[in-house]
Design a protein around this ligand. Structure first.
Ligand code: PHE
Length: 382
């Protein structure tokens, strides 16, 4: 029979565990003093600037949250996994974040194809996932635990189609990266609005992520004498395409979507990118105080101005933190419900309200490339 003393000491030993909301996590999981958030980002590979930027923004939010006391009395720990921009890898690393790290929520990815890999895994696990920047509509259609804080491509495609028509460009050639859900979707949505409103698609060309030679596609589309070229893929290929278009004597302006947003775009393309246009979530030169404060903070820390992914990464973490605070717990369903109720949250990338499909409706900006810099042209509201 146990003595009273040993009973008391057993009870005393158990008390700190019992009083801690995350006692279930003891023994291998996160420390009871931490809330683990998992992040999947392309830190290396073909879309590395996406992951590096979104991670920088996300980490900055985490640092600010921790500096002001953390969440629910605990520190936030951001565990980031690099998917190397590889298809297949995002699914593998998100499983690791859930099973090994016991992440209570997932942030990422930027590229739609990667988010589409991660979403079914988070949905099945009952762990909320917020993509900062994936714009393909299918991402949040996976299920009710999957959110995004950016606009979607039916809107972005329409924005660029409207822009082309407003410039009097009646004939457009489209070049699509068939390996990216993002590019395939964006080309499609552009085409729908453009052709329904008087434009003609004079040539449709395709390539695969990682391709470096676009001469065959460009030669083919040159014959159709387009007024503009819509290149719906990511920055590396768009940059190379611009260089080769110039070499082939094609002077039609090139148009793109948010996938062009990278400091590498002009590094790859140099002068060949001048005068082209793309749609985006954010313009660093926007004079609004919210944006300028963020630009100042970010630039002081990273010695370069934030791009859209940095701002979206920051907003995604802040929205998640607000939801965890509101839920008062890190339990999946409660956090999911709190994220779903996000309304009029003033982020760096605009006011964020999540609709019943877990998407945000926000304006887009159009930027042009001038003297190697991204320069604001106009804002288009939904
Ligand atoms: N919207 C792109 C996608 O869904 C990713 C992206 C967002 C790229 C923002 C750049 C800036 O794949």
């Amino acid at each position: 029979m146990k003595t009273l003393l040993s009973r008391i000491s057993l009870l005393a030993a158990a008390l700190p565990l019992l009083s801690s909301p995350s006692c279930k996590d003891s023994g291998g999981g996160p420390a009871a003093t931490e809330i683990v958030i998992g992040e999947v980002a392309a830190l290396t590979g073909g879309t590395a600037t996406f992951g590096q930027s979104s991670h920088a923004g996300t980490q900055m939010a985490v640092d600010e949250i921790n500096a002001s006391g953390g969440l629910l009395g605990k520190k936030v720990k951001l565990v980031t996994e690099d998917d190397q921009s590889k298809q297949g890898e995002a699914g593998t690393v998100v499983k690791k974040l859930l099973s090994r790290e016991k992440a209570v929520a997932i942030l990422g990815e930027v590229a739609s194809g990667k988010s589409l890999e991660m979403a079914p895994i988070c949905q099945k696990a009952g762990i909320p996932m917020i993509s900062p920047a994936s714009t393909n509509p299918k991402v949040t259609e996976v299920g009710d635990y999957i959110f995004r804080i950016c606009f979607i491509d039916p809107f972005q495609g329409t924005v660029m189609a409207k822009f082309a028509l407003s410039r009097g460009w009646k004939k457009v050639a489209i070049v699509t990266d068939v390996k990216q859900d993002y590019s395939v979707g964006l080309s499609d949505f552009f085409k729908k609005y453009y052709t329904a409103n008087g434009g003609t698609i004079v040539s449709e060309q395709s390539y695969s992520s990682g391709d470096k030679d676009f001469k065959a596609q460009l030669t083919a589309l040159r014959g159709s004498a387009p007024d503009a070229i819509f290149a719906s893929g990511y920055y590396n290929e768009a940059g190379l395409m611009a260089v080769q278009a110039h070499e082939l004597g094609i002077n039609a302006p090139m148009l793109g979507g948010d996938g062009w947003d990278s400091p590498s775009l002009t590094q790859v393309a140099g002068k060949a990118m001048e005068g082209n246009f793309f749609s985006n979530h954010f313009a660093a030169e926007d004079a609004s105080p919210v944006i300028q404060d963020f630009v100042k903070k970010f630039t002081a820390k990273h010695k370069s101005a934030p791009d859209a992914m940095a701002a979206l990464g920051y907003d995604s973490m802040m929205i998640l933190a607000a939801a965890i605070k509101k839920a008062g717990t890190t339990e999946g369903k409660a956090v999911r419900d709190a994220i779903a109720s996000t309304k009029d949250y003033q982020g760096i990338t605009g006011k964020i309200t999540l609709d019943e499909k877990r998407n945000a409706t926000k304006p887009a900006v159009i930027l042009t490339i001038k003297d190697g810099k991204f320069v604001y042209v106009e804002t288009l509201a939904p």
